[in-house]
Design a protein around this ligand. Structure first.
Ligand code: ZN
Length: 465
């Protein structure tokens, strides 16, 4: 009997890794992401399966918690085929290389210090390097288009459909023979919401004997996007008209492009006061170029932008600052600047030096447009810190701090239910990619409203299909 074993994103939201083993012995790994936050130490643990035995690696989308450990597969002997959309692989390359560079940088920093104490043997080596990423990407690849079914060896049919979560994201339908009947399996990956500014709305699936669905926001609904956009615009306009500056810590993929679209539409509508806008994040700049390249997969508004002036995101106010020198030069701009920079949760990156130079000034504003995890500097500021320490210096938090919660790359409870309602046939539901307390709420709601059989998947649990 075919089965699925989940090695990550089971009762947690990170470390996605689901191994599908079919009757004929075919082994397909769906995503192999990094554990993040409090579960990070799991990334260094030995793998629970042999990558040499894998035939295929599918990526649902390019977020770190879905692709971040994939280079480890190559390191441990995986030589099978990678199947995903072209946009996902373009973004995954950026994400995996960024992850490798961060790990290499941290290693060198600790190694130098440890050398001075003659303790270099104690320093953990990086999980993988940029070279491992490049090696993984030399493997055979098959790029899939949305809604085009392809047949793999052993008569397995797979269809990737637009999940509307980030560029290239997909949910995957897998049809295979079990005895004399066809089984339909659907993996949701991460599902986006209808209000995404740069992507078309997610597609629906029609049939599933078994559905594996994410449950990140299974416990609640998002705030209204219209109100969030209005709030965002007001802060921008008021701060710039006061000859001050706005800092926006932002995630490199999707959120940054949404913010750029919003600012561009303000510019085109004549709502944007005179200002300079800096996209000051090398990773976000690279990701924005990938978005530009795949314009046919973006929202109608993005396509219109591209048709008007040959680029989705460019407009006269916007400047890309790639080098550290260009980034430092922004400090000379004392008024009417909007600085979009990483990291999204302010636990490193160029946003730190912008905070140092501008957070003390009460005329400036900071707009948080994404989730701030526990323990990050971003969370500390959002929760009302009066002072922070940066580069061994105490900095007063006098700028106005705004948190806008309406932007989300994930479907909320209502959207997840709507998505499931569209199935003509849906037999069993398995919840993955969510925190357990939220999954318990979501499970009850699904049972009550959709009357489906629901199971919350445990880590390493084998589910027979
Ligand atoms: Zn995601």
């Amino acid at each position: 009997m075919a089965n699925i074993q989940s090695f990550g994103a089971a009762k947690v939201v990170t470390g996605s890794a689901h191994l599908l083993t079919l009757d004929n012995g075919t082994k397909i790994l769906i995503d192999f992401g990094m554990f993040q936050g409090e579960h990070e130490e799991k990334n260094a643990q030995p793998l629970e399966f042999d990558p040499k035995e894998l035939d295929y690696l599918f990526f649902t989308h390019a977020h770190l918690d879905h692709v971040g450990r994939a280079p480890l597969l190559f390191k441990h002997g995986f030589r099978g085929k990678i199947i995903t959309t072209k946009a996902t692989l373009d973004l995954a390359r950026i994400v995996m290389l960024d992850s490798a560079h961060l790990m290499e940088e941290t290693f060198h920093l600790h190694f130098k210090k440890a050398q001075r104490r003659s303790e270099e043997h104690k320093v953990k080596t990086p999980l993988y390097t940029a070279m491992t990423v490049e090696s993984l990407l030399t493997l055979k690849k098959q790029f899939v288009h949305y809604d085009k079914t392809i047949t793999l060896e052993g008569g397995i049919n797979i269809t990737f459909r637009n999940a509307g979560h980030i560029l290239g994201s997909a949910f995957i339908e897998i049809d295979f023979m079990e005895g004399d009947r066809t089984k339909h399996l659907v993996f949701s990956g991460d599902l986006g919401n209808k209000n995404d500014l740069v992507l078309p709305v997610p597609e629906h699936a029609k049939e599933a004997d078994v559905l594996y669905i994410e449950s990140t926001y299974g416990d609640r609904d998002h705030k209204d996007i219209g109100a969030s956009i209005a709030e965002f615009k007001t802060i921008i306009i008021d701060t710039l008209n006061n000859n001050a500056n706005v800092m926006i810590p932002s995630f490199a993929i999707e959120r940054t492009q949404e913010i750029l679209c919003l600012l561009k539409s303000m510019y085109l509508n004549g709502e944007l006061p005179e200002c300079r806008i800096f996209l000051d994040s090398p990773m976000a700049i690279r990701a924005t170029r990938v978005y530009n390249k795949h314009v046919q997969e973006l929202s109608k508004q993005c396509k219109d932008f591209e048709e008007q002036d040959g680029s989705v995101f460019d407009f006269p106010n916007l400047e890309f600052t790639t080098t550290p020198r260009a980034s430092k030069k922004i400090n000379e701009v004392t008024e009417r600047a909007i600085i979009i920079s990483g990291s999204g949760m302010c636990n490193g990156g160029r946003i730190m030096h912008h905070f140092k130079h501008r957070l003390w000034n009460k005329r400036n504003a900071v707009i948080f447009v994404g989730y701030q995890a526990n323990g990050t500097l971003g969370r500390h500021i959002v929760e009302g810190a009066k002072e922070i320490e940066l580069y061994h210096e105490k900095i007063s938090v006098n700028a106005s701090i705004h948190t806008i919660n309406g932007f989300s790359a994930h479907a909320d409870q209502n959207e997840l239910l709507e998505w499931m309602r569209a199935f003509k046939h849906l037999d069993k539901v398995f919840l993955i990619h969510g925190e357990e307390d939220k999954q318990l709420i979501f499970k009850d709601v699904i049972q009550e409203k959709l009357h489906k059989d629901v199971h919350i998947v445990n880590i390493n649990e084998v589910i027979n299909l």
